[in-house]
Write a protein that binds this ligand. Structure first.
Ligand code: GLN
Length: 186
């Protein structure tokens, strides 16, 4: 998706590979596995330093869990990067995965079709973070945040790479481009 919209993208598995990136996406997957590997490959501190240095970072689904200040149901520390608290798997089991058309004002008027796969519920959003979109499951339910931004940090509880709609990736790329140093300056 990133390449389709003109970015150059590569996979990151080691701390060395974090060097010279203009932005990082921590994807969906399984946050317990991510954290176990982050421990084994000694990635916690490099990632904390990377995110803390202000380089744009976007966490989707399990990536959102990793970025949160606290994640209930996660037997590991998080990166404590974003002022949000999440509840792992709180929308239900795999069979409770769902899709929803979201109103996302920063992306314009057309709703964004979002795919939620055993997504975390955002239980609270602190003052430092801004809610970009919410979802309402049942008619009487309280809208629940599903996309949050805090400065150059972005977190979505769904998988924007699973549709053809590149607007969320473009939104992140715009954050990256606005933070990039002029070429040759680094
Ligand atoms: N349920 C997973 C977790 O708790 C997240 C699922 C996903 O990233 N799609 O880590």
């Amino acid at each position: 998706m990133l390449r389709r919209i003109g970015a150059s993208a590569r996979e990151v598995r080691t701390a060395e590979q974090l060097r010279s990136l203009d932005g990082l996406i921590i994807p969906g997957g399984e946050s317990t596995t991510f954290c176990r590997l982050m421990e084994d490959f000694r990635l916690y501190e490099p990632l904390r330093a990377f995110v803390g240095s202000g380089v744009p970072t976007w966490g989707t689904c399990a990536g959102m869990i990793v970025l949160a200040r606290h994640a209930s149901g996660l037997p590991f520390p998080t990166l404590e990067a974003m002022d949000i608290e999440v509840d792992r798997n709180a929308y239900g089991r795999q069979v409770d995965s769902f899709e929803a058309d979201l109103d996302v004002p920063v992306l314009g008027e057309t709703p964004f079709h979002a795919v939620f796969i055993r997504a975390p519920v955002v239980a609270s959003v602190g003052a430092a973070a801004e809610v970009l979109a919410t979802v309402q499951r049942g008619a009487g339910d309280k809208p629940s945040p599903v996309a949050v931004r805090q400065g150059a940090l972005l977190a979505t509880s769904f998988h924007p790479e699973l549709t053809q709609d590149a607007r969320f990736h473009q939104y992140f790329l715009d954050i990256v481009n606005s933070q990039r140093m002029p070429s040759g300056a680094k």
